[in-house]
Design a protein around this ligand. Sequence first.
Ligand code: SF4
Length: 86
Amino acid sequence: MRLVVDLNRCQGYAQCAFLAPDVFAMHGDEGLLYDPQAEDAQRERLAQAAAACPVQAILVDDLDLNLDRNREQDRDLTAAAEARDA
Ligand code: SF4
């Protein structure tokens, strides 16, 4: 999974390093280091880190697609539960 952090936006808040420490690390006071080719196993943590970044500096390939897919699955499950309860 490829990711990019817009370092012009990044303010060094470190939420990403807290939520996905295998991908992001703070270096010094405001420097952010990250793995631009994160393992697929980091997908969930990356999604949380990207959502938590206060300035939306984290862009992840393929992540939106999966979030949309998850939303569709949630919708399907909700519809199935409503049909069952009706
Ligand atoms: S959470 Fe966002 S602003 Fe904070 S260090 Fe990570 S990328 Fe930068």
